[in-house]
Design a protein around this ligand. Sequence first.
Ligand SMILES: [Zn+2]
Length: 80
Amino acid sequence: MPEETAASPKIKTRKPKQRACDEKDEKGKLCNGHLKRYYDYPKEVAALIGQNAEIYRCEFCKTLYRPDPAQQPQSYTLRN
Ligand SMILES: [Zn+2]
């Protein structure tokens, strides 16, 4: 069942040192798009993350990525 609603963009969180998108398409192929800092985001996104937030966007599939919490100041170590 596809979920494609333009009003609610997909937002993921970057893994430590992650530079490329890890989304997969319907065939299971890795997107691997470059994550670029996204400055001029629309208000739908601002409603989710706030104004002037640090956010990245995949150049291919446009998935949004929040910064890795482990790279924030005063962070704790996250292990999986
Ligand atoms: Zn992507």
